[in-house]
Design a protein. Structure first.
Length: 304
């Protein structure tokens, strides 16, 4: 989700009125979290979903669509976001300006330039009070309230011990935080596990985190040691992370996939590449979306 600046006082007043009307509820247990093997695709400008074999399972009909998580997927209709189930049925009517996947039973949504968290019935568990936010991970969510970054739990209890200049979400027990313009990693108690020394630091995935210490990017382990040397000139927080043993990486303006040794095992031939999810990865060629498996074989050939 795109993170936005704090709205104007007039908009804030309007948002406060809207939020007063929004139903809320105590946190509930998440539904079945088994992965759904459906993937968003676009056909003739409309979005639908295919299965792992490339067969269309939900007819393309939406303005935009994102992946399934915890049994629901965000979709856009009439410029607003809602959620569908694996049968393509609307479970939460489109009503949000933006919407993220469900994690730990809650989904990060944006309404009226503010971020909050809903449950699987579409009720606000945490009202949209934050100008910026990350999804819940390991029981905590990083949020920005006024000019302060801090972590909250699902009861919105702020942890002032976990308050830094800039923070991101937890993953694999560690969270990237910035202090005095440098990034390091803390644990859930707020203790430094890897002291600040990086110009950029991403979250840990499969034991690796993408960082930039000097000029180039590389991957470190959870002790802060480089396991794939910092020799990559460019990287993107969204795509350059490990998933299913592979990480998307750009070389000479094309994207491919490297293994844990830093070697390309899927040649860089794509204009854009996403992390693998449930066995497939979304890639882009000449503005067209397709899917490959972990061997690089096309499951859904690029098309609009």
């Amino acid at each position: 989700m795109q993170r936005l600046s704090i709205p104007t006082p007039l908009l804030l007043a309007w948002c406060a009125w809207i939020c007063f009307l929004i139903p809320s509820a105590a946190a509930t247990e998440p539904k079945d979290t088994a992965p759904v093997g459906l993937f968003p695709v676009t056909v003739k400008g409309k979005w639908g979903y295919i299965d792992r074999q490339g067969t269309v399972r939900i007819t393309p009909q939406f303005e935009d669509a994102r992946g399934f998580s915890q049994g629901l997927a965000p979709i856009q209709s009439n410029s607003l976001w809602g959620y569908i189930n694996p049968d393509g049925e609307m479970v939460i009517e489109p009503q949000f300006d933006d919407a993220d996947k469900f994690t730990e039973g809650l989904a990060l949504v944006r309404i009226c330039e503010r971020h909050g968290f809903i449950d699987q019935q579409g009720r606000f568990i945490i009202n949209p009070n934050y100008s910026e936010a990350y999804p819940f991970a390991e029981g905590l969510a990083a949020v920005k309230l006024r000019q302060e970054w801090l972590f909250i739990d699902q009861k919105t209890a702020p942890n002032r011990k976990l308050q830094f200049d800039t923070i991101a979400g937890f993953s694999e027990g560690l969270a990237p935080v910035r202090e005095n313009r440098l990034w390091g990693y803390i644990n859930a108690d707020g203790d430094w596990i890897i002291k600040p020394r990086f110009r950029y630091a991403g979250g840990f995935h499969e034991g690796f985190a993408l960082v930039r210490e000097k000029r180039n990017f590389g991957f470190i382990n959870n002790r802060g040691r480089f396991v794939i040397k910092d020799s990559f000139p460019v990287a993107s927080e969204k795509v350059s992370r490990f998933s299913q043993g592979l990480a998307a990486m750009r070389s000479e303006n094309k994207w491919g996939y490297i293994n844990s040794e830093g070697d390309f095992v899927i040649k860089p031939v794509f204009d854009w590449a996403e992390p693998f999810d449930k066995g497939l990865a979304m890639v882009q060629v000449e503005g067209k979306i397709g899917y490959i498996d972990v061997t690089g074989k096309w499951i859904w050939a690029p098309r609009r």
